[in-house]
Write a protein that binds this ligand. Structure first.
Ligand SMILES: O=C(CO)COP(=O)(O)O
Length: 254
């Protein structure tokens, strides 16, 4: 059985004080959810809020994630954060290769692979994002594209390490648009991703890897997504920004 993982991706929202008051509120709401310990709940916050959140969340069920990591150990890379720094600041997870980073910051399958290896080396758990845009979906190349993204992302990653990773399938056309893939369509792509992982690492490993869906996930569509065979969680943008809606989403996911 794969443990469900509900991760909020705050993107470039929330100051430190907003982040701290959010998690205080979320903690209280999660405490009222029966069986909440059956899922991993993660907040992927801006780098500026990681350390203050880490201090506030000591002993909390809420885990922290970063939204990006540089592939080098350290060096003259103005504006970047290393895996060592993020881990030290309290991150457990890190989102790698989000479509916004691929689109606006020139990330490639090669950098996604290097970042994945670097995160794993320093004990950060990668949430590796893949997904097609609307043109690619209309051309019918979704599976081919996602397969090549997955193969590239995990190139030279060992079977022990890959089972610590999470894959997030996020169709670009569904991000922030209110358009969601149907649960069946989302599941079909997630199942294809698992087949690719099985081909690379064997069925036993592939069956352990958690695959999230992301793209306009809301409290009212999460239950149907989670009922699918190959969807083990969600990467949530807009609906994670309010503790009330995110806690509701966690509750509906269980
Ligand atoms: O990009 C996303 C999560 O990483 C999805 O964002 P929305 O949930 O706002 O569509």
């Amino acid at each position: 059985m794969r443990k469900p993982i509900l991760a909020g991706n705050w993107k470039m929202f929330k100051t430190v004080s907003q982040a701290l008051s959010y998690v205080e509120h979320l903690e209280g709401l999660l405490a009222e959810i029966q069986g909440v310990e059956a899922a991993d709940v993660v907040i992927c916050a801006p780098a500026t809020s990681l350390y203050p959140l880490h201090n506030q969340l000591e002993g909390s069920r809420i885990k922290l994630g970063a939204q990006n990591v540089h592939q080098a150990e350290e060096g003259a890379y103005t504006g970047e954060s290393s895996a060592i720094m993020l881990k030290d600041a309290g991150a457990n997870y890190v989102i790698i290769g989000h479509s916004e980073r691929r689109q606006y910051f020139g990330e490639t399958d090669e950098s996604v692979n290097a970042k994945t290896q670097q995160a794993l080396k320093h004990g950060l758990l990668p949430i590796v994002c893949v997904g097609e845009d609307l043109d690619q979906r209309n051309q019918g190349v979704t599976n081919t594209l996602v397969e090549s993204q997955v193969r590239a992302a995990f190139s030279a990653v060992s079977v022990e390490d890959v089972t610590r990773c999470v894959v997030a399938y996020e169709p670009i056309w569904a991000i922030g648009t209110g358009m969601t893939a149907t649960a069946q369509d989302a599941n079909a792509v997630c199942a294809h991703i698992r087949t690719v992982l099985s081909d690379l690492y064997g069925k036993a490993a592939a069956d352990q890897i958690r695959i999230q869906y992301g793209g306009s996930v809301k409290p009212d569509n999460i239950a149907e997504l989670m009922s699918q065979s190959d969807i083990d969680g969600a990467l949530v943008g807009g609906a994670s920004l309010d503790p009330g809606s995110f806690s509701k989403l966690v509750k509906e996911a269980l």
